[in-house]
Design a protein around this ligand. Structure first.
Ligand SMILES: [Zn+2]
Length: 201
């Protein structure tokens, strides 16, 4: 599961998402930063430079969702590259006027710009479980299997895992031929669940 950490969250949000919208911007949150303050990657992911004149870095997790940090004074290291969560990718402040008003952060979820907090919520275990369970329930119906309550509760129980295993077996995702559907998740079943997470948007 991708995890996103907002290293700016302890700072003052001086231009909120709704203020961005009110002023005609597409959205984002600007946190008050000091010139030269280290800006860390919110996730373990691929980091690339933005080429839009706003001194931004985009960090993208394997399923394609991303975070953009803008208004950096400078970036650190070579791009594109793989970065670890917490790794310094740049420094706050604007080169243009030498003024460090704030650092802008925005999330991208399924191709849509969203608040960073919304992106984080998307990756919470409970929200992820609900999406996967809803995806599995839609298919269980066709197989005349009862639905898992995990779609409602966000909690993974033995029956949820049985549906994950059934789906994995149906799609030949288990290498061993002597496989049993037992509702107990092993490493392979966790891999099947990760695959499901990429499909259950
Ligand atoms: Zn902004």
């Amino acid at each position: 599961v991708a995890t996103f950490k907002n290293y700016l969250s302890g700072l003052r949000n001086i231009f909120t998402w709704s203020q961005h919208r009110q002023h005609g911007y597409a959205g984002g949150d600007d946190y008050k930063t000091k010139i030269g303050q280290a800006i860390k990657s919110p996730a373990t992911c691929r980091a690339t430079l933005m080429h839009d004149g706003l001194n931004g870095v985009r960090v993208t997790v394997p399923d394609g969702n991303s975070v953009v940090l803008r208004e950096l004074k400078s970036v650190k290291g070579k791009f594109p590259r793989n970065v670890k969560q917490g790794e310094v990718i740049g420094y706050a402040g604007r080169e243009r006027d030498g003024e460090a008003k704030a650092t802008h952060i925005e999330g991208w979820l399924n191709g849509v710009r969203v608040a960073f907090s919304k992106l984080q919520a998307h990756y919470s275990t409970s929200a992820r479980t609900k999406r996967i369970a809803a995806f599995l329930n839609a298919r269980a119906k066709a197989l005349h299997l009862p639905p898992t309550a995990a779609a409602r509760t966000g909690r993974r129980g033995p029956y949820y895992w049985r549906l994950v295993q059934t789906w994995g077996r149906h799609h030949n995702l288990y290498p061993k031929p002597k496989f049993v559907i037992n509702g107990i998740p092993g490493p392979q079943t966790r891999k099947v669940e990760a695959k499901l997470a990429t499909l259950a948007k």
